[in-house]
Design a binder for this molecule. Structure first.
Ligand SMILES: Nc1ncnc2c1ncn2[C@@H]1O[C@H](COP(=O)(O)OP(=O)(O)OP(=O)(O)O)[C@@H](O)[C@H]1O
Ligand SMILES: [Mg+2]
Length: 466
């Protein structure tokens, strides 16, 4: 079992390994531009008077979202959804993320874009159902027998490999562990050695080991170096005996459990090994399987082993969904285990996709619109754009010369906040090419010569053709 907080760790009661989550990389890269957003930044009374938590301006929308957060927390938001509308780059995605932050640190946030439902392999409704499952977390508490301590010895013992004539293989590994109270030498299975190599465990690390897995907790603080900046976490020598009962907390999502169980569990016989080689990654998660998983989860909850943590599904560009998806969403919203749903769109009146004649606000059918609480995001002033630019520059570790913020704010006012933020990275490259560590106004000017903002480029083409 890896770090106890990781969402991708294996489910304890199922031995099925979790599939590599291809979507999680996409998820984090979609969240990365918002890393400065820490929450809605409201006062206890619910006012957004100051620019805390990384959120600048947008006071009305923030306060409205604050009310929604209160509704969610008091369980009065079920069957409803939050709809964020506003021009591109006005912070809709940022708001959705802030709402999920406000709901709690370990609340799952599952962002998707409307057009993701159009896959040739998976049904539209299936994509939605999966997103909803991924947004429901399960916090599993378990007391396990573990060995914990600082590694004092790590010796793999080799033996002849029966499979390759002259090769050798690790037959077992000797691990010495030390705690405040005592020391112990363990003789462990070779599979644990793989885990040890994978976690890059060396003598002096504090680890815990259970069954056939080992996880690194950190480096023992006896080895703490005196660097100011270091990625290593130092932990004290564990207390108590080496062998002990330890409470482990794991966060998984229902989506993870579904996927883990949809995989062929793999028998030991040769046919099933061959079969799993040929079969490609994705096995279908059926409704029946979901019901099974639900049943197991309910059992855990009843026993007090697990706790359900409803998260947030964020569907960006919701106008891209079609009528089938919308009706299905209505049904999903009413399921007992539904997460909080947040939609975002930058369209006004639009044709509902999949129909030929229904024109509706934001391209959403009326019956779904009726369930939505709509919050509008406002355009930014020059000063606000400047503040966001400065904040992003700090986060990305870029130094800005005098008047650069003002210049970028001007660019942002002409086009959009996103455009202004987008200019930061190329400007830093130009600055570096010029041998500077700091971005100067001339870098921004040079970029104006190299690149165009959308309005200018469109007007130039338009000017040519007329
Ligand atoms: N009020 C704000 N305070 C701080 N940062 C902001 C604020 N509004 C937007 N941002 C940042 O500006 C960038 C663009 O905002 P965001 O992606 O949320 O816009 P959007 O409304 O979702 O746009 P789109 O309609 O194109 O999806 C993001 O990096 C976001 O974190
Ligand atoms: Mg967005």
């Amino acid at each position: 079992m890896k770090a106890s907080t990781s969402t991708s760790s294996a489910a304890p009661a199922h031995n099925a390994p979790l599939p590599p989550t291809t979507s999680s990389a996409g998820r984090s890269s979609r969240i990365a531009p918002h890393s400065h957003i820490k929450g809605l930044g409201l006062t206890p009374e619910g006012f957004a008077s100051n620019d805390t938590a990384g959120f600048i301006g947008q006071t009305n929308a923030r306060e409205a979202c604050g009310v929604v957060v209160d509704l969610i927390k008091s369980r009065k938001f079920s069957g409803r959804a939050l709809l964020l509308v506003g021009a591109p780059g006005t912070g809709k995605t940022a708001l959705a993320l802030a709402v999920s932050h406000e709901l709690g640190a370990k609340v799952p946030f599952c962002p998707m874009v409307g057009s993701e439902v159009y896959s040739t392999e998976v049904k539209k409704t299936e994509v939605l159902a999966e997103a909803f499952r991924r947004a429901i977390g399960l916090r599993i508490k378990e007391t396990k027998e573990v060995y914990e301590g600082e590694v004092t010895e790590l010796t793999p013992t080799e033996a002849e490999n029966p499979l390759s004539g002259y090769g050798k293989t690790v037959s077992h590994v000797i691990v010495g562990l030390k705690t405040v109270k005592g020391t112990k030498q363990l003789r462990l299975d070779p599979t644990i050695y793989e885990a040890i190599l994978k976690e890059k465990i060396v003598v002096g690390d504090v680890v815990y080991i259970e069954h056939n897995t080992g996880a690194r907790v950190g480096r023992s603080d006896a080895y703490a170096a005196s660097y100011d900046l270091e990625s290593e976490t130092y932990v004290p020598l564990p207390k108590g005996e080496v062998h002990k009962r330890k409470e482990l907390v794991q966060d998984v999502t229902l989506g993870d459990l579904d996927a883990a169980n949809a995989r062929p569990q793999g028998g030991q016989d040769i046919m099933s090994v061959m079969g799993s080689l040929v079969k490609s990654g994705r096995t279908e998660v059926t409704e029946k399987l979901r019901q099974e998983v639900n049943k197991i989860v309910k059992g855990y909850v009843d026993q007090g082993v697990a706790e359900v943590v409803p998260g947030v599904v964020f569907i960006d560009e919701v106008h891209m969904l079609d009528i089938e998806c919308f009706t299905y969403l209505n049904a999903l919203l009413e399921t007992p285990m539904a997460p909080t749903v947040i939609f975002a769109t930058n369209r006004g009146n639009a044709l509902v996709r999949g129909t030929t004649d229904i024109i509706s606000a934001h391209g959403i059918p009326v019956d779904l619109l009726d369930r939505c609480m709509i919050v509008k995001t406002d355009a930014y002033t020059r000063e606000q754009i400047g503040k966001v630019v400065q904040m992003r520059a700090n986060i990305e570790g870029l130094k800005l010369g005098p008047e650069v913020v003002d210049r970028l704010a001007g660019e942002g006012e002409k086009s959009s906040l996103r455009y202004a933020l987008q200019l930061l990275t190329p400007a830093s490259i130009l600055a570096r090419l010029a041998g500077r560590t700091q971005i100067e106004v001339e870098d921004i000017s040079e970029m104006d010569e190299l690149f165009l903002d959308a309005k200018t480029s469109a007007s130039m083409i338009g000017g040519d053709s007329t």
